[in-house]
Design a protein around this ligand. Structure first.
Ligand code: NDP
Length: 476
């Protein structure tokens, strides 16, 4: 065979990825379980490049040059396993199977181990940017062996988004690292969206501003430090008018958020690794709360508000406070996400370069933002930075907005505006910087009821106090 890359699974994502390869001059073998999709791709877009369509998996595999590089872009889960099982017997040593779907990273670890035993490379690759990204340049997060990246990397980099000429694709790390990083990307996306939603709610309730007015504020914010795809589309969405009613579009959208599950995976993993990713967790729970219809109805009828007056007479100052609180909370959410990457990297031996992750998120993906440059720079200053928040740039940036952040969280509490992500981010900030935390009391309680022992501030060792008898202390 002669095709340089193959794509199997030609629904929206696979179809657009295949076109992207073809448009970049690669000869692309294309295959789909039902041949009609393959035929329609070639019929509609055949002129964009060189496609080699096959109806059978055997022909598809045979149409590829060795080592074969096959992108699997099918429904995540059992469908991915089914396709891999079909491909594997037809492949030769050194061939590379790339799962570009949204796999959960433990599945990727399992698949990588199974294929490695057969002498094949398995690359679990995060791909972000949706349909449009797949066609015009996504952010690509490939995991697997370094050896496979040497062959595959240039092809993926060619079709990825570029920022200042730099590809939004780099080697992430072994086995599940790529899908892990994509998962955290999605978790951060949840946090970012929730923070923006809270800012919107504060402006709406604090100022009584209309959607269109708030849209203008977001458009203004998009010219500064907050510049990002999500802020930009927020401004766009808020300006949009519903054709049927003439009302602001957001005002006719039901306030019950849904989720496909990557946020939940991220939070579950945060719990597994013991990393406080409060921003992502609050964002995930906020979606769950919004969808808890019976609870909301019961609460609406029963729970008093007892709100206190909130002085927002200085409109511009209030808007600036919300902006600063949003930026500071966003820094916290990202800092937590990068902590999670560091923890998993240590746990699984992945050696992930966090600065490089921020770099490949600058374009193509949903969280693309100017701000990511600052993260890359922070990890360039110190690749082992223990806490992104403690980098000099972010310390200063958050410090400048700290008073505003406190005013907003306090004001929201007094006025009864729910700001779970803003407030938990501020609590995290105060917690992580605290000289002492009340965990001393927790340890004492644990020793009291469970003999779990404690350490002392004045000497080394573990101790237990005989609480139920004479309350003497013993070495544990
Ligand atoms: P879908 O997730 O809707 O999957 C449809 C494709 O899977 C079709 O090609 C279908 O073939 C194939 N398929 C399903 N079951 C099987 C099976 N048992 N054997 C062989 N093929 C099967 O497609 P999308 O393009 O939306 O997404 C593809 C992947 O990309 C998913 O993992 C998704 O999570 C991920 N992704 C999606 C993004 C998006 O914005 N949509 C963004 C980033 C990643 P057939 O035509 O024969 O039914």
């Amino acid at each position: 065979g002669t095709a340089q890359i193959g794509v199997t699974g030609l629904a929206v994502m696979g179809r657009n990825l295949a076109r992207n390869f073809a448009r970049n001059g690669f000869t692309v073998a294309v295959h789909n379980r039902s041949f009609a999709r393959t035929q329609s791709l070639v019929a509609e877009h055949g002129e964009e490049g060189t496609f080699v369509p096959s109806e059978s998996v055997e022909d598809f595999v045979a149409s590829l040059a060795r080592p074969r590089k096959i992108v699997v872009m099918v429904k995540a889960g059992p469908a991915t396993d089914a396709v891999i099982d079909e491909l594997v017997p037809l492949l030769d040593e050194g061939d590379i199977v790339i799962d570009a779907g949204n796999a959960h990273f433990p599945d990727t670890r399992r698949r990588e181990a199974a294929l490695r035993e057969k002498g094949l490379h398995f690359v679990g690759s995060g791909v972000s940017g949706g349909e449009e990204g797949a066609l015009l340049g996504p952010s690509i997060m490939p995991g697997g062996t370094r050896e496979s990246y040497e062959v595959l990397g240039p092809i993926l980099e060619a079709i990825s988004a570029k920022v200042d000429g730099v590809p939004c694709c780099t080697y992430v790390g072994p086995d599940g690292a790529g899908h892990f990083v994509k998962m955290v990307h999605n978790g951060i996306e949840y946090a970012d969206m929730q923070l923006i939603a809270e800012a919107y709610d504060l402006l709406k309730q604090g100022l009584g501003a209309s959607a269109a007015q708030i849209g203008e504020i977001f458009a203004q914010w998009n010219t500064g430090d907050l510049e990002s795809f999500l802020i930009e589309i927020t401004a766009d969405v808020l300006a949009h008018v519903d054709a049927a009613t003439g009302a602001a579009f957001v005002d006719i959208v039901l306030d019950q958020a849904e989720q496909k599950g990557t946020g939940r995976w991220t939070v579950q993993n945060g719990l597994d690794l013991g990393v406080p990713i409060t921003g992502i967790a609050e964002a995930t729970f906020a979606r769950a709360l919004s969808g808890s219809v019976p609870q909301r109805e019961a609460a609406r009828a029963a729970l008093p508000a007892a709100t206190l007056p909130w002085d927002v007479s200085d409109r511009d100052a209030f808007i600036e406070d919300v902006r600063q609180a949003l930026y500071a909370s966003k820094v916290v959410a990202y800092s937590q996400g990068f902590d999670q990457i560091a923890a998993a990297s240590a746990e699984f031996g992945w050696d992930i370069d966090r600065g490089a992750m921020a770099r490949i998120w600058r374009g193509g993906c949903i969280i693309r933002a100017r701000f990511l440059n600052r993260i890359t720079e922070a990890y360039e200053r110190d690749p082992q930075l223990p806490l992104l928040l403690a980098d000099e740039y972010f310390t200063a940036a958050v410090g400048d907005g700290l008073a505003a952040w406190r005013r907003i969280v306090a004001g929201a509490a007094q006025h009864g505006v729910p700001v779970p992500a803003f407030s938990s981010s501020l609590s995290y900030y105060d917690g992580v910087r605290a000289v002492t935390l009340p965990a001393n009391l927790i340890q004492a309680q644990r020793d009291f009821f469970g003999a779990h022992t404690y350490r002392r501030t004045d000497r080394d060792g573990s101790f237990h106090t005989q609480w139920s008898t004479d309350r003497t202390e013993h070495d544990a």
